[in-house]
Design a binder for this molecule. Structure first.
Ligand SMILES: C[S@@+](CC[C@H](N)C(=O)[O-])C[C@H]1O[C@@H](n2cnc3c(N)ncnc32)[C@H](O)[C@@H]1O
Length: 251
C-alpha cells in the first residue's frame, strides 16, 4: 500500500504527487479567474449557459431550500439558485480558490444578490458543514479538478439532507467517434491558442483540455456515485456527451 507521500495523481496528462495537485489546480484558477467568465462564453460559444440552465431545471430547488454550489467559482449557478430559493432560503457559494470566490462575490453584489447567498472557502473533499444540511448540491465543471473524487462525493453525500439530490455537471465522453475527433482538434489546438490570445495563458487552457480527457466517463462516474451511497443515480448526455449531467439522491 502507498502512503500519502508516495501516492500520485493526474494533473492533466502529467502524473504528480497527490499532495501537490491542490496547489497546481489553485495556480490554474488564480491565473484564469479574472478572465474566467469571458473565456467560458468564448470557448463554449455561450452553450455553457444552456448547460447550466438545464442543470437548474433538474434541481427540484424551490423557495425556502438550502443549496450548496460547490466549486461554484464565479457563481453562475448560485445566481440562478438565489432567485429560486427566495428570502426564506439560502445558497452557499463554496470554492477552494479565493480568487474565483472574489470574482463571484463581486459579480453577485453587482447584480444585487446579497441577502440569501453566503460565500465559503472550502475543499469539496472535506466540506465544513453539518450532516444533512442541503436540499440540493451542485458541482459544475469542478469535480475533475478535485484530487480524490470519491472522497468529495462522500463528503457531499454526508451534508445532503435525506430526500436531497446531487447534480454533477461535467465534461464527459462524446457519444460518437467523429464528434470525439472534432472535439479533440478543438480542445488541443484551438483552446490553448484562445487562452494565449485572450488571457495570455495557454498552459492553463492546455490543462483544461487534458483534465477533461482524464475525467471518468459517464458510466464510471455513475458507479462512483453509487459506491458512496447515492441512489437512483442517472445521467443525461448534453451536446452529444461533450458534457454530462449526473444526478443522484440520498434517501
Ligand atoms: C471550471 S471552474 C467552475 C466554476 C463554476 N462552477 C462554473 O461552472 O462556472 C472549477 C472550479 O473548481 C474549483 N475547485 C477546484 N478544486 C476544488 C476543490 N477541491 N474544492 C472546491 N473547489 C474546487 C476551482 O477553484 C474553480 O473555481
Amino acid at each position: 500500500m502507498q502512503d500519502d507521500k508516495s501516492k500520485t495523481t493526474d494533473f492533466g496528462f502529467k502524473e504528480i504527487p497527490a499532495d501537490e495537485k491542490v496547489k497546481a489546480v489553485a495556480n490554474v484558477f488564480h491565473s484564469v479567474a479574472a478572465k474566467y467568465d469571458i473565456m467560458n462564453d468564448l470557448m463554449s460559444g455561450g452553450i455553457h449557459r444552456l448547460w447550466k440552465r438545464h442543470t437548474v431545471s433538474q434541481s427540484g430547488v424551490r423557495a425556502g431550500h438550502c443549496v450548496l454550489d460547490i466549486a461554484g467559482g464565479t457563481g453562475d449557478l448560485t445566481l440562478k439558485f438565489s432567485r429560486l430559493v427566495g428570502s426564506e432560503g439560502q445558497v452557499i457559494l463554496a470554492d477552494i480558490n479565493d480568487s474565483m470566490l472574489k470574482i463571484g462575490r463581486d459579480k453577485l453584489a453587482n447584480l444585487g444578490v446579497v441577502g440569501n447567498v453566503k460565500c465559503v472557502q472550502a475543499n469539496a473533499e472535506a466540506l465544513p458543514f453539518p450532516d444533512d444540511t442541503f436540499d440540493c448540491i451542485t458541482i459544475a465543471f469542478g469535480l475533475r479538478n478535485v484530487t480524490d473524487k470519491s472522497k468529495a462525493l462522500a463528503s457531499m453525500y454526508r451534508v445532503l439532507k435525506p430526500g436531497g439530490r446531487l447534480l454533477v455537471l461535467e465534461f464527459s465522453k462524446p457519444e460518437s467517434e467523429m464528434l470525439s475527433q472534432v472535439y479533440d482538434q478543438y480542445s488541443f489546438r484551438l483552446l490553448p491558442a484562445m487562452g494565449k490570445l485572450i488571457a495570455n495563458d495557454s498552459e492553463s487552457y492546455r490543462y483544461l483540455a487534458e483534465s477533461i480527457r482524464m475525467h471518468p466517463d459517464q458510466e464510471t462516474l455513475k458507479g462512483m456515485m453509487d459506491e458512496v451511497g447515492f441512489e437512483r443515480t442517472s445521467y443525461q448526455n448534453l451536446t452529444g456527451g461533450i458534457v454530462a449531467l449526473h444526478k443522484g439522491f440520498k434517501f
